[in-house]
Write a protein that binds this ligand. Structure first.
Ligand SMILES: *Cc1c(COP(=O)(O)O)cnc(C)c1O
Length: 234
C-alpha cells in the first residue's frame, strides 16, 4: 500500500490533539525503509524516529542529510549485550532494556560516550505483562522488582521510564489491561517517567491508558519490506 507518510503522521497528530493528548510524543518507526523517508519527515518538522536493528540503523543514519531539525533516534526491540556498546553516538533513547548484563554494557559505553562528547542517553525498562513468552523481549514484573533498586540513573545514562508491547492477538480488553498495569507500575516506581506503549494497531488504547510515547510504523509508512533496508538496495 502506498501512503503519504507526512499526511498520515499529520492525521494521527490531529486525532491525538482531538482526543486531548496533544503532549503525546510520536516515534515514527522507519525500520526496513530508506534514509529518504527520515529526510522527508524531518523536512516536514518531525524529529523522533525508531529503528530496531543496529547495523541497518548505522548505515541508514549516515545517509540522512543534515536538516534544520536534528533527529532524535530511538532504539526499539530487545537490547542485547553484544550490541549494547554500539548504541551510544547513534541512538538517544533505548526502549528495550530487559537484561541486567545488557544494561551494564550500555552503561559502560554510555559513560565513555559522555566523557568524550558530553552527550547523555536515556533508557526505558521493557516489561512483558502479557503472560506470553515472547521473543519480543521484556522482563516480568517480578524480575523488574528484583533489579529495581540497582537500576543506574546518571547524566551519562538516565532511567526515563517504561516500555511494553500489547498481547500479540491484539484483544482490546486485554491490551488495555496490560497498558493500565504498566501505568500503575510507572506511577509507583517513577511517577514522572515516560510510558512507551502503543503501535499502529493499538495506539488509541494506549493513549487512553496514559501513554506518553507511541511507536508507530505501518500506519504512517505503509507496509514494510520483507527484510532490513540495506545501502545497496536503497
Ligand atoms: C516495528 C515496531 C513498532 C511499530 O510497529 P507498527 O505495527 O508497524 O506500528 C513498534 N514497536 C516496536 C518495538 C517495533 O519493533
Amino acid at each position: 500500500m502506498r501512503m503519504d507518510p507526512v499526511r498520515a503522521l499529520a492525521s494521527i497528530r490531529e486525532e491525538l490533539d482531538r482526543r486531548g493528548h496533544n503532549r503525546v510524543r510520536i516515534v515514527v518507526v522507519t525500520k526496513t525503509h530508506g534514509p529518504e523517508l527520515i529526510e522527508t519527515l524531518l523536512k516536514a518538522g518531525h524529529r523522533e524516529f525508531g529503528e530496531n536493528r543496529f547495523t541497518e540503523a548505522r548505515a541508514k543514519f549516515a545517509l540522512v542529510h543534515a536538516q534544520a531539525i536534528q533527529p532524535i533516534y530511538h532504539h526499539l526491540g530487545p537490547l542485547q549485550s553484544g550490541f549494547a556498546r554500539n548504541l551510544p553516538g547513534l541512538f538517544h533513547v533505548v526502549h528495550g532494556v530487559s537484561s541486567a548484563s545488557a544494561l551494564e554494557s550500555l552503561l559502560k559505553a554510555a559513560r565513555r560516550h559522555f566523557e568524550a562528547t558530553g552527550e547523555g542517553m536515556q533508557y526505558l525498562m521493557q516489561l512483558n505483562l502479557t503472560a506470553e513468552s515472547s521473543k519480543l523481549g521484556g522482563m516480568s514484573e517480578e524480575q523488574f522488582l528484583q533489579c529495581r533498586e540497582s537500576l543506574p540513573s546518571e547524566e551519562a545514562l538516565t532511567w526515563r521510564g517504561f516500555m511494553t508491547m500489547g498481547p500479540t492477538d491484539q484483544d482490546a480488553k486485554r491490551t488495555s489491561e496490560v497498558f493500565r498495569r504498566l501505568r500503575q507500575i510507572r506511577d509507583e516506581h517513577l511517577p514522572d517517567g515516560e510510558l512507551s506503549m502503543g503501535m499502529s494497531g493499538d495506539w488509541q488504547l494506549a493513549v487512553e491508558e496514559g501513554a506518553t510515547i507511541v511507536r508507530i510504523g505501518t500506519a504512517i509508512t505503509g507496509t514494510r519490506a520483507g527484510g532490513p533496508w540495506m545501502p545497496e538496495s536503497g
